[in-house]
Design a protein around this ligand. Structure first.
Ligand code: HEC
Length: 104
């Protein structure tokens, strides 16, 4: 836990120079929650061609998709891969990530 907090803090610090606090927070969460493992560090280089590119997506759209995946409203063959991760991310955190992604 301490390691994660330190990592997030370092990411916040380095990104804080470039953007506002909310955007930096989303970037740190995106990295620390493991999103990059599937969607790519920049949100546009997914590990599988069929995984969606996230960078530049409308924040409200992305947030709604993540909420639907979490609740089960969106559920197709690939949703299961993503669902396990979003279960451990709060709505406030998803919102911060969505805003950061939209700005990429
Ligand atoms: C294990 C791989 C994996 C991880 C980890 C993962 N995702 Fe996903 N994500 C997917 C897949 C696969 C889909 C497509 C699901 C579907 O088709 O319903 C998806 C869909 C999405 C979508 C919807 C995109 C669209 O175009 O509709 C968003 C937004 C998203 N992920 C964000 C995230 C965020 C933020 C995290 C970290 C909290 C994350 N993902 C972690 C695999 C992953």
């Amino acid at each position: 836990m301490k390691t994660i907090a330190m990592f997030a803090g370092a990411a916040l610090l380095s990104l804080g120079l470039a953007g506002n606090a909310a955007a930096a927070d989303g970037a740190a969460l995106y990295a620390s929650k493991g999103c990059a493992a599937c969607h790519g560090a920049d949100g546009k280089t997914p590990i599988m061609p069929v995984y969606p590119k996230l960078a530049g997506q409308n924040a409200q759209y992305a947030l709604n998709q993540m909420k639907d995946i979490k609740s089960g409203a969106r559920n197709n063959g690939q949703t299961a891969a993503m669902k396990g991760i979003v279960m451990s991310v709060s709505e406030e955190e998803l919102q911060a990530i969505a805003e950061w992604l939209a700005a990429q």
